[in-house]
Write a protein that binds this ligand. Sequence first.
Ligand code: S3P
Length: 443
Amino acid sequence: MTAQPTEALSGTLRLPGDKSISHRALMLGGLAVGETTIDGLLEGEDVLCTAAAMRALGAEIERDENGQWHVWGRGVGGLGEPDNVIDMGNSGTGARLLLGILASHPLTAVLTGDASLRGRPMARVTDPLAACGAEFIARTGGRLPLTVVGSRDPLPLDYELPVPSAQVKSAVLLAGLNAPGDTRVVEREATRDHSERMLAYFGATIRRSEIEIEGCMASEIVLSGQPELTGRPVRVPADPSSAAFPLVAALLLPGSQTRLIGVGMNPQRSGLLTTLQEMGGDIEITNAREEGGEPVADLLVRGGPLEGVEVPAARAPSMIDEYPVLAMAAAAAKGRTVMKGLGELRVKESDRLATVARGLNLCGLEIEEGPDSLTVEGVNGRPPGGNNQPIQTELDHRIAMSFLVLGMASERPVQIDDATPIATSFPDFTKLMQDLGAKLTDV
Ligand code: S3P
């Protein structure tokens, strides 16, 4: 696919449902008693893999003709052994959260995924989960395919996150659902709290308190085990990580005016908005409200000049998936943008520090890639763009969409080698962007 230089974007966009919340709604629905209805579920490949996995474990899951999803759960601890290998596709979140659930069920399951997922580290969840009594047999480096033998008598876990990861936090909490007593997770840096919010919404007792460790403030999250979860109606907000692409594209194209409706505004997800506003981006936040326990708002975005900034490491957890597209904004900004604390980018769907740096280099930009930092010299206007060599996207949906945004804002078109991974998180990306005026072509 190729993005051609585009003039301006205009129109109103309703974005697909939040990927993180969609996975959790299907999983908690499958662990609840009674019916969970889900409106606005992201129907991307990642989430469809989670739906298939929960079905394989015994939950009943249907989509009706109006697009509403219905889940009839098996109750906490009530899932059954799958009769085949579970394929989680491209989804790290799906795989890691599911491992948490499986660890405290008395069953054996085998998980696999696509080439990208089979290369990603799973020890970050299997190490803490083993303490509940589960056994894991993985490939070298703790990689998929992996067999989990869940615990018959799961013990509650007490774990301090060594890396700021909502996936690890959630895996531990989900394992704790079927263990007696309190499961405790400590995080020194706040990460997205969708699991905590949704667990409380489904009826679990879960509390967060601030504690001091070695002179630093941290959060302690305590879940009371073996609750009865009750099926609930869930309304999934629009995914801020998907909104990031039309948002940055509109900012980079002078004359653009775009409205993005019902975008999730969870404070642990809004680091990109803060950063773009610091860069001088014209983003008006309107109609702030709450939907299904999550804050949402409409965003009115107008194109205009941006200035380079320094993005502090402390902000990384709240915008971890947005650095690739921020790097595209930085390329067009005036001056240098320095992004720090990016070590976790190396273990995403691709090594995003490397894929972004390589791609921007290919598009004529001056980049400095550190072990966990990225510096982009902005060109104060349209970056040069592609040089007839496609950008290698490494099965990474966000790398694909980021470079298409760059192509819209560049002097020359930008071609990517493979657009198919976009369907994992944003199946209608091409059509919705074209509706706003983006020039995207198939080859
Ligand atoms: C996610 C957490 C983040 C994020 C991923 C979704 C989640 O991963 O990158 O896209 O839904 O919990 P980490 O927890 O590994 O940082």
